[in-house]
Design a protein around this ligand. Structure first.
Ligand SMILES: Nc1ncnc2c1ncn2[C@@H]1O[C@H](COP(=O)(O)OP(=O)(O)OP(=O)(O)O)[C@@H](O)[C@H]1O
Length: 236
């Protein structure tokens, strides 16, 4: 079996002098689709910041594979109103995903421009490349941001509540794109979401968080647990 891209063992993350997330153990391997669920304030975003390396563990261990250290993580942040009005073209937004690798060079390289073109093609937005990002529909914006995240890496995508504000048909389109990347292209996906009904249809693993881990394992096993049945029965 391949080495996990990311592995946490009994890890804690927090702010200043208190821990928000405690004793989390999980692993993400190539091809995994892991969803983190939990009520508001349960620590999902904090855990995600920890996995992205933005917070240092206050306890336990976080292992990042050499492969992932080299390739980096593609991150699709929660959209803020300011980001929605970003005055740049689709092409500029997508290629900005290469920024992490650009260092001090003032211009994008030919290879980076090619990477952006490949990812726009992958997401079916090549025709929109000259369009202004803020004039796009919600679904087109989301495709642009996925293409941007894929410019950073195609090993692991981390997505923070990605369907917020999307209508039902755009939401299904979004899940189709992610499922394709995951199943056909073996991109590992880690998603924070409240959309439990779709999650159980998409993911292979679930982590239910309430400061510490209430459940971590397969979707099938989750459906049999009390917390899983309660969360699923509660709808969205
Ligand atoms: N930068 C911060 N400094 C201090 N405390 C924080 C910070 N960010 C979050 N918290 C606290 O950590 C706790 C968990 O917040 P977090 O945003 O991780 O939860 P969440 O599960 O992502 O919530 P939601 O579903 O509402 O997005 C909350 O009590 C919050 O007030």
């Amino acid at each position: 079996m391949s080495q996990p891209l990311l592995k946490c063992e009994h890890v804690d993350f927090g702010y200043e002098n208190y821990d928000v997330v405690k004793d989390v153990s999980l692993e993400i391997c190539q091809g995994d689709y892991l969803c983190i669920v939990g009520e508001n304030g349960s620590g999902k975003s904090t855990l995600m910041k920890g996995l992205l390396g933005l917070l240092k563990p206050t306890g336990g261990s976080l292992m990042v594979s050499d492969d992932l250290k080299r390739s980096g993580i593609g991150y699709l942040p929660q959209q803020t109103p300011a980001q929605k009005d970003f005055p740049a073209t689709v092409q500029e937004v997508v290629i900005s995903g290469c920024l992490g690798k650009r260092g001090n060079r003032p211009f994008y390289s030919k290879k980076e421009r090619e990477t952006a073109a490949v990812n726009m093609e992958r997401l079916g937005i090549t025709d929109l490349r000259k369009s202004c990002y803020r004039d796009l529909s919600g679904g087109q914006k989301q495709r642009t941001l996925i293409a941007r995240a894929l410019c950073a890496t195609d090993r692991l995508l981390i997505l923070d509540e990605p369907i917020t504000g999307l209508d039902p048909s755009t939401t299904q389109d979004f899940y189709r794109v992610i499922r394709h990347l995951n199943r056909e292209e073996q991109v590992a996906v880690l998603m924070v979401s409240h959309d439990i009904q779709n999650i159980v249809a998409q993911a292979n693993k679930i982590l239910h968080l309430k400061q510490s881990v209430l459940f971590y394992g397969s979707v099938e096993d989750y459906k049999q647990t009390e917390c899983g049945r309660e969360f699923l029965g509660g709808g969205k």
